[in-house]
Design a protein around this ligand. Structure first.
Ligand SMILES: [Zn+2]
Length: 573
């Protein structure tokens, strides 16, 4: 947790830039005459950063929980478009001062080496001209959140929020699935033009941001901007190829088996069938409402590790969950670290499905990461890169899965675990599709909306699809618009694929030996961002590698785990 040293009061509230400016002025003008002075300056900057992040977080949380509340929306917009730009300019001046100080290169490299890399990258990426452009992009991204969060699907005369409508896609009644799917598509499609224009404008602006910083394109800019120190865009293209060769066949065979279960011919596998249950089987119903979800998550986390359960209890006591789906919430789920509180906030759109269980375990994994980094005084080291953050969350999904019996009887528990493992396999092609699409979008910034849709369809075919879209090709072409990351978090997606490879290795260690597996996990999470990812993974007993060999090896492991569950099914019944 943020370690106060009385430089700035922990109760400081930020309503305007003037609430922070005097503190920045002190640091920017402070005389530094020794290494100790410099380390104190870095610590005080980290505190100021934490205070800013805490309030910024709350403005985002409030807005995403109540997208129709104008005060919240305005407050967030003020943060994003007025306060944040001033903050980033002042932070840049301060970072320059720190990096330029002769003592900076003399600091202990074991402790400050990674910080030096981060600071230098930030200075390289900073460009005055981009400050207003980035503010505009934040605004556009919250515009997407607001419109997407307000979408409803009209089913049987009722307007349902999308996550609620989505539960009908799990039905064993094909007509129910089809009607829900059509209602959802219709609702999304009504916004297509608006989203197309918004996205085209974002692409244009982002290209400008990249060019302003001296890059040829936004892809290469964003790669560096996301602090991807340990791999190149070409490595990512290699990852796409590996998914195509090593995962696609497995994913297709899962779809084919699903078709058989539904009693359908493969040529008749329609877009509303993907999550459908076979006739006579009801969808898994793990819980009823967010309260039950929280209580059971606490039970499960406690079994895994006593402290994990206590952490969730503390969050519950401090009202740091908003889990249930309702109209007017942003879509999706997240864990938002609160840098001063020392605990995160978990946001979800739960509608009582197995997917929500996975999401809760996932966000819970992020939350444990927040807690485990609490002792780190530097904000820059508590804030981990996404590849590592998602390794924490996805490992947690897997490590908690043996205890999901808190939600289910034996048979349903096996079913839930099987769906989860199959979902891991089928996710890789989608992950590659979303990422490859963005490579194309930003390497060809002059494209038209038409070409973009066509390219998306080509990619879904490249990475494997056996869905029959006859008559609904316009919805197929629009499929990318449901992925919010493409709008608000450009290129933040391949991390899920990379992290899943880490998570599968963590889980393989955990299956071999629960205690040492979990110890490795905790050790890595505690390191935060203080070391490069390959070194952190090494400490966890896993390899940072997304070559075809590793992927093949891990897919075999998933297959073995699936086979074990099948044996359990025979024993169970
Ligand atoms: Zn996550």
């Amino acid at each position: 947790m943020y370690q106060p040293s009385n430089f700035i009061s922990t109760g400081t509230k930020i309503n305007a830039w003037d609430d922070l400016k005097p503190h920045f002025d002190i640091l920017i003008n402070r005389e530094i005459s020794s290494q100790d002075d410099l380390v104190t300056l870095i610590t005080h900057y980290s505190e100021l950063f934490s205070i800013f992040e805490e309030d910024y977080a709350w403005s985002y949380i409030n807005m995403s929980c109540y997208t129709e509340n104008n005060d919240y929306v305005k407050k967030y917009e003020k943060f994003a478009s007025v306060i944040e730009p001033e903050f980033s300019k002042a932070a840049n001046i301060l970072t320059k001062k720190i990096v330029a100080h002769p003592q900076f290169s003399q600091l202990d490299s074991a402790r400050f080496g990674q910080l030096s890399k981060l600071f230098k990258r930030e200075l390289d990426m900073f460009c005055d001209k981009n400050v207003p452009l980035n503010a505009e992009l934040s605004k556009m991204s919250s515009q997407y959140d607001q419109v997407a969060g307000g979408l409803t699907a009209n089913i049987d005369g009722k307007d349902l929020p999308m996550p609620m409508a989505g539960t009908r896609l799990l039905s064993s009644d094909r007509e129910v699935r089809k009607n829900a799917w059509l209602a959802m598509q219709e609702s999304r499609y009504a916004k297509k033009e608006e989203f197309d224009t918004l996205y085209s404008d974002m692409v244009k602006l982002r290209h400008e941001v990249a060019v302003n910083t001296g890059y040829d394109n936004f892809r290469d800019y964003q790669h560096d901007n996301l602090h991807r120190f340990d791999y190149t865009p070409d490595d990512v293209l290699g990852f796409h190829n590996a998914v195509e060769t090593c995962v696609k066949p497995l994913a297709l065979s899962i779809h084919t088996k699903h078709c058989e279960k539904l009693g359908l011919d493969v040529s008749d596998y329609r877009p509303w069938d993907g999550s459908g249950e076979p006739e006579g089987q009801t969808p898994l119903k793990p819980f009823d409402g967010g309260e039950e979800l929280t209580a059971k998550a606490i039970d499960i986390f406690s079994i895994l590790k006593f402290e994990f359960g206590e952490n969730l209890k503390a969050m519950d006591k401090n009202n740091l969950f908003d889990l249930d789906s309702r109209k007017g919430k942003s879509p999706g789920g997240y864990n938002y670290p609160l840098e001063v509180t020392g605990m995160p906030f978990i946001f979800m759109n739960a509608a009582g499905t197995q997917r929500d269980v996975t999401t809760m375990m996932h966000e819970g994994g992020h939350a444990m990461h927040t807690f485990l980094c609490n002792e780190e005084p530097l904000m820059q080291y508590r804030e981990t890169p996404s590849e590592m953050a998602e390794t924490a969350s996805m490992s947690m999904e897997l490590m908690t899965s043996p205890y999901w019996d808190k939600f289910y009887n034996k048979e349903d528990h096996i079913r839930a675990r099987r769906e989860h493992l199959e979902g891991i396999i089928t996710f890789f092609p989608w992950c590659a599709t979303v990422d490859a699409m963005q490579h194309w979008v930003y390497l060809n910034p002059e494209h038209t909306a038409e070409q973009r849709d066509s390219h998306f369809v080509e990619l879904t075919k490249r990475f494997g699809s056996c869905v029959n879209w006859d008559g609904y090709e316009h919805y197929e072409r629009n499929g990318w618009q449901r992925q919010g990351h493409i709008f608000g978090d450009p290129f933040y997606y391949i991390e899920y694929g990379i992290a899943q490879l880490g998570a599968l290795q963590v889980y393989r260690n955990f299956v071999k030996n629960n205690e040492t597996g979990l110890d490795g996990y905790i050790k890595g999470l505690k390191m935060g961002n203080s070391k490069p990812i390959p070194e952190v993974w090494d400490n966890m007993g896993i390899k940072f590698d997304f070559s075809a060999d590793t992927i093949k090896d891990l897919m075999e492991f998933v297959q073995e785990e699936l086979d074990k569950l099948n044996v359990d099914v025979c024993v169970a019944g």
